[in-house]
Design a protein around this ligand. Structure first.
Ligand code: HAM
Length: 408
């Protein structure tokens, strides 16, 4: 038997409903915040991710599904959504018009990680990206958007925020970090030694115990921010407080991708193992320019939809109301077929092609959790009627077929 690949998941039944439900809730709220849907390719040039997500990241270093296509091009299944949206944004020349644009997207991302609870190789994200807005109010609006989605889904969480600074201050801070670990470097893990060369800030969130110990009293970015960045970060904290959004400042939060500056944030949950991130995001004001576009402010986040599904897995998603349409006699199949087409304009209708007794139809409809049963037998057909049974309230009556839409 051929099975799904390790770390890849089929979505059927309640899983599929849950996925659909999370996307529906998130899309609705994102639209209320002014975000519009976009869809990007899942396969991109490998270089796109090397340049944006960055060589210091585990994603580029170890986890990409990269290969040569039949023409010898280096291509890669997208490990995340931001880089593709930025590429598309530049290609559509949106960077040349001074206009704020906000997009949301959802779908599969691919990372060759060690599969475990809440960690897959093909996983789904719901992402939002805002371009052209420098105001820290948009950072706050994005965070509020994340909070509203989690609230609507009834998911408990902790919000962690930090500022990564920008420009010279960020450069100096990286230098300070390198200085700080200068004589302890060889006791750090292989990943950190690589990070020290490529993006020293990434050593701050290393999970290795030896590295953590070395970095206990490491300098904090927050103490090294420029005046302007500090004021923005304070304003962000103030907006969140004024709007009742609880948060913790986490000096070690640096995010696993290289493109961030200024605000960085994560929503974590302890319902899928220890403190798993369920949303991650932040500002990336340099990325559009770095990928060849005109300088454009940008901020966004992505939700790990599979992680939310794991948290909500025991929650049953209510189906829309369903109608079971049947007949007791083969002669009336053409009639109920016509009725099914009429009703499907408004309702979820399952038409039974089976000819069986009323009690068998009824049992089937009850087991299938239908809300309504409609049935035509000899007597009903004679009078141009149909039997209507409300299964939720256990009552029934006859309805004229021509009045069906009005009466059910
Ligand atoms: P990220 O933190 O790499 O950020 O991923 C966002 C979320 O995707 C994580 O918080 C987590 O919930 C989920 N996730 C990541 N890896 C896996 C996995 N292997 N299995 C299941 N879920 C996973 C980004 O991807 C950025 N593009 C977010 C962003 C958008 N920043 C700005 N705009």
């Amino acid at each position: 038997m051929i099975t799904a690949l390790r770390g890849m998941k089929d979505l059927f039944g309640n899983d599929a409903k849950l996925y659909e439900y999370i996307i529906k809730v998130s899309s609705k709220i994102a639209k209320n915040y002014g975000y519009e849907f976009c869809e990007m390719p899942k396969l991109e040039a490998t270089n796109l991710f090397k340049r944006s997500v960055g060589e210091s990241s585990d994603i580029v270093g170890k986890e990409m599904y990269e290969f040569l296509d039949k023409s010898g091009n280096e291509v890669c299944l997208r490990p995340e959504g931001t880089a593709g949206v930025v590429r598309g944004f530049i290609e559509a020349k949106f960077d040349r018009v001074a206009k704020v644009r906000k997009f949301f997207y959802y779908g599969s991302m691919f990372r060759y990680e060690r599969p475990q609870k809440g960690r897959l190789r093909e996983f789904r994200q719901f992402g939002v990206e805002c371009f052209g807005e420098s105001s820290v109010y948009e950072d706050a609006a994005l965070i509020s958007l994340g909070v509203e989605i989690l609230k609507e889904l009834n998911i408990k969480h902790t919000l962690k925020i930090n500022s990564l600074g920008s420009g010279l201050a960020m450069q100096n801070f990286k230098q300070n970090l390198v200085e700080f670990v200068k004589f302890k470097q060889e006791n750090m893990c292989q990943d950190c030694q690589r990070r020290l060369v490529l993006n020293p800030m990434r050593i701050l969130d290393c999970k290795n115990e030896a590295c953590k110990e070395i970095l206990k009293n490491a300098p904090k970015m927050i103490d090294n921010l420029s005046q302007e960045d500090r004021a923005e970060f304070e304003l962000l904290c103030q907006i969140l407080r004024e709007n009742g959004i609880k948060f913790e400042i986490d000096h070690k939060l640096v995010r696993g991708l290289d493109y961030y500056c200024k605000s960085a944030f994560e929503f974590v949950s302890d319902e899928i193992g220890s403190q798993s991130a369920i949303i991650g995001g932040g500002r990336y004001d340099k990325l559009v320019e770095f990928l060849g576009g005109r300088p454009t402010f940008a901020v966004g986040f992505a939700i790990g939809v599979d992680r939310l599904m794991e948290i909500l897995k025991n929650k049953e998603i209510k189906d829309e109301k369903k109608i079971y349409l049947c007949t007791l006699d083969e002669r009336f199949l053409p009639e109920i077929f016509k009725i099914s087409t009429r009703l499907r304009k408004f309702h979820n209708v399952e038409m039974s092609y089976d000819i069986k007794s009323f009690s068998k139809h009824l049992n089937f409809a009850i087991k299938g959790k239908f809300n309504t049963l409609l049935c035509i037998g000899e007597d009903e057909a004679k009078n141009g009627e149909i039997l209507y049974k409300n299964l939720d309230e256990n009552r029934q009556n006859l309805i004229k077929i021509e009045n069906l839409e009005k009466e059910i």
